[in-house]
Write a protein that binds this ligand. Structure first.
Ligand SMILES: Cc1cc2nc3c(=O)[nH]c(=O)nc-3n(C[C@H](O)[C@H](O)[C@H](O)COP(=O)(O)O)c2cc1C
Length: 135
C-alpha cells in the first residue's frame, strides 16, 4: 500500500461571514467523520483568513479527498506545499504479533524479532519451570 503525505495552504472565503464559526465547525466535523472512515489522518489549522492542512494516508484516498477539498467554495487560492511518499509504519496493526509464527511485522524489524524470540524462549522456560498443580 502506497502512503502519501500532502500539505496545502488556502485563503478563507468565509472570513468575516456571520456564520464563519459554524461553517468551520461543520468543516471540522465532516473532515473528522470522512477521514476516519477513509483511514486518513491529518491536521487542519484555521487562522482569521487562512487554512492549512496536512493529510496522510493511502495515496488514492488522500488524492480523492484533496480533490474534493479543492472544489470547496469555503476557500480559494489553494497552494499545494508538499506531496511526498511516506514510509509505512514499522509495525503493522496486527493486534498482537505472535513471535513463533512468521509475521510481516517481525520480518521488517529483525532486532525486534530477535528480542521477541528471546522473550518467547524465556517465556517457555518460565512455563516449564512452574510447578504443575496436582490433584
Ligand atoms: C479548509 C478545508 C479543509 C477540509 N478538509 C477536509 C478533510 O480533511 N476531509 C474531508 O472529507 N473534507 C474536508 N473538507 C470538506 C470538503 O471540502 C467537503 O465539503 C466535504 O468532504 C463534504 O463531505 P460531506 O458531504 O460528508 O459533508 C474541507 C474543507 C475545507 C474548506
Amino acid at each position: 500500500m502506497a502512503l502519501l503525505r500532502l500539505a496545502y495552504v488556502s485563503t478563507s472565503a468565509i472570513a468575516g461571514d456571520p456564520r464563519e464559526r459554524e461553517s468551520i465547525a461543520d468543516i471540522l466535523m465532516s473532515s473528522r467523520r470522512n477521514n476516519e472512515t477513509a483511514g486518513i489522518t491529518g491536521a487542519l489549522l484555521a487562522t482569521d483568513d487562512r487554512f492549512a492542512q496536512v493529510l496522510e494516508g493511502e495515496q488514492e484516498t488522500v488524492e480523492e479527498t484533496y480533490a474534493r477539498i479543492t472544489r470547496d467554495r469555503c476557500h480559494v487560492d489553494i497552494v499545494l506545499l508538499l506531496k511526498e511518499p511516506v514510509a509505512p509504519p514499522p509495525l503493522r496493526p496486527v493486534g498482537c504479533a505472535w513471535p513463533q509464527e512468521p509475521s510481516p511485522a517481525l520480518e521488517l524489524k529483525p532486532s525486534l524479532a530477535i528480542t521477541s524470540q528471546r522473550s518467547a524462549r524465556a517465556e517457555s522456560r518460565r512455563a516449564s519451570s512452574v510447578p504443575r498443580k496436582t490433584t
